[in-house]
Write a protein that binds this ligand. Structure first.
Ligand SMILES: [Zn+2]
Length: 268
């Protein structure tokens, strides 16, 4: 099989994971900027992280024939300090022309605070000014629905943003239709112990169909499964999905969304 891993935090994974991804048929891995598991103490920490995402990780992945792309931002978990966020956002434009940068992400909300919303708006403005794709993180706490609504409204409020150039990630049963109704793409994060399990994701696909939906592992420094996308594809096969329909979800859809960025070119 062939598939694309659209959301993986490879900086916190071991090199063996690249081997396993490539062996399972992964054609490209995309890494949104995220929390490191601890708060960085200064904008310089983010500068180094952006260098790691745009220089070091593509080289590490290339050893296994795997193209590595990334998204840049200050993540929602570190967006409470608006001054820090402004300083980090000011660093980003110098990286946007780098050959593997796909857009701005994963932006969004964590605790749905006023400051987080302000920083989200700054990122949306940054994406609009530089004509970038957007990848959005929705909260994993109990108020995912409220957070998703706040995010959708912040994006809608900026008329420069075309809905089809935005993917809202970590959707679940109660948020997926809101996202699709606004014309955005929706991502389902597959986790063994929290977030969306493979069985729930396939239920969602059974109900809504494959249009504008993708799946990702969002594997990071926590308990997560880097190969959960191909494992879910196997589960889809068991549940009667055709090979063509599975490939559309795990390969065709991410290719179509990410292909809106001219830098996302695969040698197939
Ligand atoms: Zn993530």
């Amino acid at each position: 099989m062939r598939y694309i891993e659209p959301h993986a935090h490879m900086v916190s994974r071991v090199t063996d994971d690249y081997v396993h991804l490539a062996t399972a048929g992964c054609q490209a891995v995309c890494e949104p900027a995220f929390w490191a598991g601890f708060d960085r103490s200064s904008p310089a920490g983010f500068f180094d992280y952006f260098c790691q995402l745009t220089e070091h990780e593509p080289k590490r992945a290339a050893k296994y024939g795997l193209p590595h792309f990334c998204w840049l931002c200050i993540n929602p978990k570190e967006s409470e300090d608006v001054k820090l966020a402004e300083e980090v956002i000011a660093l980003i434009p110098q990286f946007l022309d780098r050959p593997t940068v796909l857009g701005i992400g994963e932006i969004g909300l964590n605790k749905n605070s006023r400051n987080e919303v302000k920083v989200l708006e700054l990122h949306v403005d940054l994406a609009a000014r530089h004509d970038q794709l957007i990848l959005v993180h929705t909260p994993h706490l109990e108020d995912k629905l409220k957070g998703t609504r706040l995010i959708l409204d912040a994006i809608k409020a900026d008329p420069r943003i075309r809905p089809e150039r935005v993917i809202i990630d970590h959707v679940e049963e109660h948020t997926v239709n809101l996202v699709l109704d606004r014309g955005h793409w929706a991502g389902m994060t597959l986790y063994p112990v929290s977030k969306c399990t493979p069985a729930r994701a396939i239920d969602i696909l059974d109900v809504y169909g494959p249009e504008r939906l993708w799946m990702n592992s969002a594997c990071d420094w926590g308990e997560s499964v880097p190969l959960i996308v191909p494992l879910t594809a196997l589960e889809m096969k068991k549940r009667g999905w055709s090979a063509e329909a599975i490939e559309r979800v795990v390969f065709g859809n991410p290719l179509e969304f990410l292909g809106q960025c001219p830098k996302f070119k695969l040698q197939l």
